[in-house]
Design a protein around this ligand. Structure first.
Ligand SMILES: Nc1ncnc2c1ncn2[C@@H]1O[C@H](COP(=O)(O)OP(=O)(O)O)[C@@H](O)[C@H]1O
Ligand SMILES: [Mg+2]
Length: 240
């Protein structure tokens, strides 16, 4: 009986544990990053995380998965915060989890407001000589392609996690899953992944989707990849 009770308590705790964090079930791999996020979400005090990595490495997916599973979250895009005013949005939403995609695109003004929040747990705003202030305990989870345009004191408040590059096997696995949703069979998906990886030299699975949507047959895959390759070469030459 005691054993049964213990087992049930264990299961209950486990269920509670998973419910209160996030499963990230849509994301293939990235197990270490998932583990850190679960710890941060379950932490009693705020932990701020910045995901750094190249395009297509599932950074935004981490934020949208948290958004999906936590009502107390609020998702913003760095380049967009100024229009509505980040501080104003925070006064209204009061999120526990503030999710910021593409932090490097956030204006200096908003970066400073965010720094103030992370340092003091207070947001404040002065408008026509009137100041309003509010306490807010938020976990800030952000993404960036690079940290060049992020102010140093803000960077130092984050636990920075670099997204490791995918191996060819992981890239193929993601491509197969993505293209299954587009009714592309496994062998065609693998061929597209191989061509995008080797011929286009791309590590972004969005390119896999582009090729799949443009090509109606196996022959066309070769043609589309050749065309995209040509375009990439011209773009690179123009940048020199
Ligand atoms: N680990 C992964 N698991 C599942 N899908 C992935 C993964 N990495 C990339 N993808 C696919 O690539 C797309 C781009 O991912 P995204 O999170 O927007 O990348 P980032 O924000 O790093 O540029 C996603 O919509 C998804 O379809
Ligand atoms: Mg993104």
């Amino acid at each position: 009986m005691n054993f049964l009770k213990q087992r049930l308590t264990g299961l209950w705790k486990e269920a509670l544990h998973t419910n209160r964090s996030c499963s990230f079930e849509e994301i293939v791999g990235h197990d270490d990053t998932k583990q850190i996020f679960v710890k941060a979400i379950l932490s009693k005090r705020p932990v701020h995380i910045l995901l750094l990595g190249s395009p297509g490495s599932a950074k935004t997916m981490f934020l949208t998965e948290i958004m999906r599973e936590h009502k107390a979250s609020y998702f913003v895009v760095g380049s967009n915060t100024t229009k509505a005013g980040l501080v104003n949005q925070l006064f209204e939403r009061r999120p526990k989890f503030l999710l910021i995609d593409e932090l490097e695109k956030m204006s200096m003004k908003d970066q400073n407001a965010l720094l103030h929040l992370m340092e003091t747990g207070i947001i404040s705003e002065t408008k026509i000589n009137k100041t309003r202030e509010m306490e807010l305990t938020s976990w800030v989870f952000a993404t960036a392609n690079s940290c060049e345009k992020i102010i140093k004191p803000l960077l130092s408040r984050f636990a920075i996690l670099e997204m490791p590059e995918y191996t060819f096997e992981e890239f193929t696995e993601i491509a197969v899953i993505k293209l299954r949703q587009e009714n592309v069979d496994v062998s065609t998906a693998k061929l597209i992944a191989e061509k995008v990886w080797n011929e286009l030299g791309s590590r972004d699975t969005r390119d896999v989707t582009k090729v799949a949507r443009l090509a109606d047959s196996i022959d066309e895959i070769h043609f589309v990849v050749k065309m995209l390759n040509k375009q990439q070469r011209t773009e690179r030459a123009n940048h020199k």
